[in-house]
Design a protein around this ligand. Sequence first.
Ligand SMILES: [Zn+2]
Ligand SMILES: [Zn+2]
Length: 284
Amino acid sequence: MWNVSEVALQLPTSRASERLLQPLWDYLLFHHYSLISSPFFPVLLAFASYFIFSCPFAILDLLGEQVPAFYSYKIQKERRPTTSMMMRSLGMAVYNNLVFVIPVVLINNAVMPAPPLPAIAPTVWELFSGGLGALLIFDTQYFFWHMAHHKNGHLYKWVHAIHHDYISPFSWSTEHLSAVELMTVGLWSNLDPLLLQCHPLTTWTLTIFSIWLSVEDHIGYDLPWTPSRLVPFGLLGGALAHDLHHQKPSSNFAPFFSHWDRLFGTTNNVVKQTGKSKWDEKDI
Ligand SMILES: [Zn+2]
Ligand SMILES: [Zn+2]
């Protein structure tokens, strides 16, 4: 349970009544303090997001043509993941988290314990601007890391190649990663919000949203209502762009946005497949 006297000491100096997110933050503090203050909460949130977002698309993959409303949006219709492929990727994600991520969290918590949670919620603007800023920084870091790992044969072989086991990605393959890659993206995901001094609520919202974008990159369905289709001017890459990276790995290196690939001339909009996609004729 949260230390209520600490709240009482902090609230009079705040402008809590002006903050739309304060009721939500108060609810989390007063009802789930032991959970959200745990050093394992960010890992749990990240893994739960990956699991929950991946499940519906795994079911769609298993049902295939039985759900024509979704199957019509499948990018590589000639390739469908098998149950064993799905289990292998999910197993890899569980293994990497248990063997590498959790011990690092334990060590980090012993060396540098997280500060107490603040009593005041962020404003909506702080949440939006902090989240967008951290997302843009991560996108930049991963773009250059990713391009370097495709240009250097040794880096590719030892670190990134495992992510390219499958030409046609599927939701569980989002975390079909080497431990080094998972730890690298985990480090940036934790450091970037700290650099921008983001509120924990901003960081957690960013975690959920960025994992959705990562899963969306790998679902293998170019759905019309995903963020990459709803955000105008093709600012986001999305499922089609990353699917094409798995088909043609020398292109589309950015994980979320499209500006770095445009600047470096590494954008690939061409669908190379035998099946037809709803978006074959559409420019991204
Ligand atoms: Zn991928
Ligand atoms: Zn790659």
